[in-house]
Design a protein around this ligand. Structure first.
Ligand code: RUQ
Ligand code: CUA
Length: 654
């Protein structure tokens, strides 16, 4: 039996390769079919601007990229979980703490799901959240500075994948574990997984004013894999839905062993009920160790606090808070429609799409119509909660988003297509091929109460022949469809950096006018800032040398420094005195074992240099800032460790 199933999956795998990439005959149909109006629809003339921002997760780049829609032009890469030499993020002394964890400095992660903050279920444009999958973390990025402002580590979690999704008023950002693990972590045989590992679903409260995150509670669920999540909205606000797979609790060869059960579950969590329980003193405080890193915009500096405790909740202690909805085998995405009534959970190996009904779920709960329980959690009956089935003929449904006309759009990985269907009638309205093997899709506002519609961006896992070849590695590919008419129209392909799993889109006018232009020098509270050039100086403290420097077009103050010795630890503290938009200066020191610093107008950044060789070593500005950018340079004289050259500094001989 085992062998048989194994072969079945091997077969399915090769079918996937065939159908996934078999659409390549599309070369003529995919290109030739495009009308000239498609070109017009994505053409943003020189000097004009895009209609939407799209924030694409950077996957294994650990970062977040910012694109314009409909043009598909990339505007920026925002460093989040990865060191980023382009700006010095994670290299500068101020930002190194952002990447601290309980495992020490972790300069990389795998980010999957950006989600924009909401008020009353609508995008509000304040922050965007992003998950770190590998070393479980959640980041909050400001949508005024487009900088990462906060990262919190998630204890008791592993493979932080069903994250980072937010509730209707940004009450919580939710982080679920993909891999269940021993809680607390301990040395134990792997094959004792079943019944002993736990799946932590973490609810992080978000301070409404500053956005600061805090783990309010962790729900300790059975040891399944919690793959994706989405909040309820409107009538289902107060609930959160998580897909599970591996309800078999297998610990090896999951491609076979976790596909034994005909149905897995969507876990429905009444977080309001648990919140109330916790607010009344419920839950168990558990020792933990996790990093909370906050970047302060006034001091331009991040600090790390190690937190020592987390509040855990056992679902069986809060009756009525957690239920399981049977869902066809190994579901991946779970998506809730704008009305909050329908919960779409997809068996990712199936052809049909089952849709759960929230009101039927509530009715079944009230009637106590259960079909047994799992670890004390009641299981509802599939038929009792089934709202409808989309019979589409596609294969491998993954993710669904919604437009503003009551339609849903589902991606099918195995048959490489996106299928449009009507919410409520379950009728398939249209289908279009994707090139190739689509994962998520994104419609601006498409996971809120108020989708903006107009465009759908699908994110493909395989790129193949879409662009000129660039060696074995190709960037992933996104495709934009016009969804304003009855039929979807493919408009454009554009490459995306890293692997964009999910994305979030928002109308440009909600962000553009709030985008920060400079940091005001008179508000700079960095303790090592040089606010006026006469504060520039060099100080020695034992073998530490601190250089307090300013920069403005087109010189550093000071630019000649002597008296530094081999064995010293030299700190550069550099303040950019520009107060004009779009005039950063860079700083790079020859032989320094770190990246450049890219310093924004009014900002202070620091880095360390341990000179190893005697000589006169140059530094320079890395960002072409004026006609005399090449003149923006300086020298540091490094003398032997035992030299008695006095410390001195100057600019233009003074
Ligand atoms: S996903 S594998 Cu959101 Cu479909 Cu990460
Ligand atoms: Cu400053 Cu180039």
């Amino acid at each position: 039996m085992k062998k048989y199933t194994y072969h079945l999956f091997a077969l399915l795998g090769s079918a996937l390769m065939l159908t996934g990439c078999g659409n390549q005959n599309g070369k003529s149909s995919s290109n030739g079919a495009l009308s000239s109006s498609a070109a017009e629809k994505v053409y943003v003339a020189p000097g004009e601007q895009d209609e939407y921002y799209a924030f694409m997760s950077g996957g294994y780049s650990g970062n977040l990229t910012v694109y314009g829609l409909p043009s598909g032009r990339m505007f920026k890469e925002i460093p989040v979980f990865s060191q980023f030499p382009t700006s010095g993020y994670g290299y500068s002394e101020e930002t190194k703490p952002m990447l601290e964890t309980s495992f020490g400095f972790v300069p990389w992660d795998d980010s999957h799901h950006p989600d924009i903050s909401q008020t009353n279920g609508e995008l509000d444009g304040r922050w965007i959240f992003l998950n770190g999958n590998n070393t479980p973390r959640i980041a909050r990025i400001s949508l005024t500075t487009f900088e990462t402002e906060e990262i919190i580590e998630i204890p008791n979690s592993a493979g932080n994948h069903s994250s980072s999704f937010i509730t209707e008023n940004t009450e919580y950002v939710v982080a679920g574990t993909r891999f269940s693990v021993p809680v607390p972590q301990r040395d134990m045989p792997i094959d004792e997984y079943k019944g002993n590992f736990k799946g932590a679903l973490s609810f992080l409260s978000v301070d409404p004013e500053h956005g600061h995150m805090d783990i309010k509670f962790q729900l300790m669920m059975p040891g399944f894999n919690y793959d994706l999540a989405h909040p309820g909205r409107n009538q289902s606000h107060g609930w959160f839905f998580f897909t599970t797979y591996n309800t078999e609790e297998a610990n090896s060869l999951l491609e076979v062993n976790s596909s034994q059960n005909d149905k897995d579950f969507i876990a429905a969590i009444n977080w309001k009920k648990i919140e109330e329980y916790v607010n009344n003193g419920g839950g168990t405080k558990m020792p933990a160790n996790y990093a909370h890193n906050i970047y302060d915009e006034e001091t331009h500096t991040a600090t790390t606090t190690m937190k020592k405790e987390v509040l855990t909740v056992d679902p069986s202690d809060v009756p009525g808070a957690v239920y399981f909805l049977p869902t066809p085998k190994s579901p991946h995405g779970v998506d809730v429609d704008p009305t909050g009534e329908y919960i779409i959970g997809n068996g990712k190996l199936s052809a049909d799409l089952s849709v759960h009904s929230f009101s039927k779920m509530i009715a079944a709960i009230e009637a106590e119509k259960f079909d047994g329980e799992a670890y004390g959690i009641p299981i509802l009956k599939f038929e009792d909660v089934l709202g409808g089935t989309v019979k589409s003929g596609g294969l491998g449904p993954l993710h669904t988003e919604f437009d503003n006309n009551g339609n849903a759009y589902t991606t099918y990985f195995i048959s490489s297509e996106v299928v449009k269907w009507k919410v409520g009638t379950w009728e398939v309205l249209d289908r279009k091929p994707t090139y190739y093997s689509v994962g998520h899709l994104m419609i601006p506002g498409g996971n809120s109460r108020k989708p903006y519609g107009k465009y759908a961006v699908v994110m493909n896992k395989i790129t193949k022949d879409r662009y000129l070849p660039t060696g074995p590695e190709l960037e992933h590919s996104a495709q934009i469809y016009d969804i304003s008419g009855d039929k979807m129209e493919l408009l454009y392909d554009f490459p995306t950096h890293g692997e964009p799993h999910y994305a979030a889109g928002i109308p440009a006018d909600m962000l553009a006018s709030n985008s920060k232009k400079i940091y005001r020098l008179d508000e700079n509270k960095h303790p090592d800032a040089v606010i006026t050039p006469d504060q520039a100086r060099v100080e020695r403290k034992g073998n530490e040398v601190h250089i307090y420097m300013s920069m403005i077009r087109s010189h550093f103050t000071p630019d000649n420094i002597e008296g530094v010795k081999v064995g010293d630890k030299v700190y550069f503290h550099i303040t950019n005195h520009e107060q004009d938009f779009d005039v950063p200066h860079g700083f790079a020191m020859m032989g320094q074992n770190t990246s450049e610093l890219l310093i924004m107008p009014g900002q202070t950044k620091s880095s360390v240099w341990e000179p190893k060789k005697v000589g006169v070593w140059p530094f320079y500005c890395t960002d072409f800032c004026s006609a005399l950018h090449q003149e923006m340079q300086g020298y540091i004289r490094v003398s032997p460790a035992d030299s008695n050259i006095d410390l001195s500094w100057s600019l233009g001989g003074d």
